[in-house]
Design a protein around this ligand. Structure first.
Ligand SMILES: Cc1cc2nc3c(=O)[nH]c(=O)nc-3n(C[C@H](O)[C@H](O)[C@H](O)COP(=O)(O)O)c2cc1C
Length: 366
């Protein structure tokens, strides 16, 4: 069914440059969040709750398994209002130790024919100190909040362990789980940190500040070769609390196909950046299946989720939770509720009492 967002609001937003549209949507959400009673109204309009959706992981209670992916709320400006749209959890960031402006605009492009986005934002964010102040002011967190941590553009790779650890230490009080982002394609050299030794140093440095035993996850690229993922799994199983699979792709074939579909192959603005949305789904799902086959480590599945069937496929492949970004741009604020309703329906059709698979497995054993 086509929503009011898709018929009325999206055509207006899509007339704007993609980043300007994002800023307009964010401003509307900030305004809505500040009006008395508005959060309750939004929640009544959008959120869907059902005991079948509830799940527990890392000692945290998730009202549903549909979260907001990193990059939508880089500076935690919307973390107070986003749960009212029906998200079961929110991931803010990527935050870097120092504030930085990111890449020059334009840096976010739509490819509607491919149901995709292309971005080279480059970790534009206000830095760890500003994030700490915002999250402190937020106070109680209605749903679990993840903080996604990255590295400044001009940082020396050798300083990565200390910088990730310092950023984590500054923010650890204010998040429920943390994600070490070593997979964004728009910070030169960042993905080299997916190397086993480099990643181990980062995770050990963070562990030194993690007296509270906050769950620390690692977000990987869908472009990581399957042998590399396999080689990383023992380290990840030992030192990480979970995986976020996956970030955006720079696979040339996927990019070519998406640009071709939109007739954008020759446009300069479309020549660099990470691709998200429908084209990344199969690669991300393959990584989820592979990681699940190798380890019981909890997985947050992300990439190209537009429908409840897409989300169900991730959960069936072994993800415990899912996240959306591009889907939100194409389907609008009703998406989390639509996914939740559809997931409950799918669980019933499959005779499962719970939507999230670990519970299903536990019940099957009981
Ligand atoms: C504009 C944009 C900005 C993003 N920024 C970040 C980021 O700062 N950190 C990160 O880990 N992932 C970032 N991502 C990746 C998403 O979190 C997600 O992994 C990816 O887009 C795949 O999900 P999707 O197909 O639902 O969009 C960004 C994605 C987009 C489209």
């Amino acid at each position: 069914m086509t929503s009011i967002y898709e018929t009325l609001i999206r055509p207006l937003l899509f007339r704007l440059d993609a980043e300007a549209a994002h800023e307009a949507a964010a401003a509307a959400l900030v305004l809505a969040g500040s009006l008395p009673g508005a959060r309750a109204l939004l929640s009544a309009a959008f959120a869907h709750s059902d005991p079948a959706l509830e799940t527990e992981l890392w000692g945290l209670r998730f009202p549903n398994p549909v979260g907001l992916a990193a990059g939508f709320d880089k500076d935690a400006r919307l973390a107070g209002v986003l749960p009212a749209l029906g998200f079961g959890f929110i991931e803010v960031g990527t935050v870097t130790w120092d504030a930085q402006p990111g890449t020059l605009r334009p840096r976010l492009m739509r490819l509607p024919e491919a149901r995709a986005l292309l971005n080279r934002m480059g970790f534009n964010n206000a830095g760890a100190e500003a994030m700490a102040a915002r999250l402190k002011a937020l106070g109680a967190r209605p749903v679990p909040l993840g903080v996604n941590i990255g590295l400044n553009k001009d940082a020396d790779q050798d300083d990565a362990p200390a910088l990730y650890a310092k950023t984590f230490a500054r923010l650890s009080l204010f998040g429920d789980y943390f994600v070490v982002n070593v997979s964004s394609p728009n910070t030169q050299g960042l993905r080299l940190l997916q190397d086993k030794l480099k990643l181990e140093r980062i995770l050990l440095a963070i562990a030194g500040y993690n007296g509270d035993k906050k769950p620390v996850l690692v977000k990987l690229s869908p472009d990581l070769a399957s042998e590399s993922l396999e080689a990383l799994m023992p380290l990840l199983s030992e030192r990480a609390a979970g995986l976020v699979l996956c970030n955006t792709t720079i696979d040339p074939h996927l990019r070519e196909a998406a640009l071709e579909a939109g007739g954008r192959r020759r446009e300069p603005a479309f020549q660099a950046g990470g691709l998200s949305g429908a084209p990344v789904r199969e690669a991300a799902l393959a990584r989820v299946r592979q990681a699940r086959a190798l380890s019981p480590l909890p997985i947050i599945g992300v990439g190209g989720i537009f429908t409840a069937a897409d989300a169900w496929e991730y959960l069936s492949a072994g993800a415990s939770l899912v996240q959306v970004y591009s889907g939100l741009v194409y389907k609008g604020p009703g998406l989390p509720g639509q996914l939740c309703r559809g997931l409950v329906r799918l669980a019933r059709e499959h005779g499962a009492a719970k939507v999230s698979p670990p519970r299903r497995a536990a019940e099957a054993r009981a």
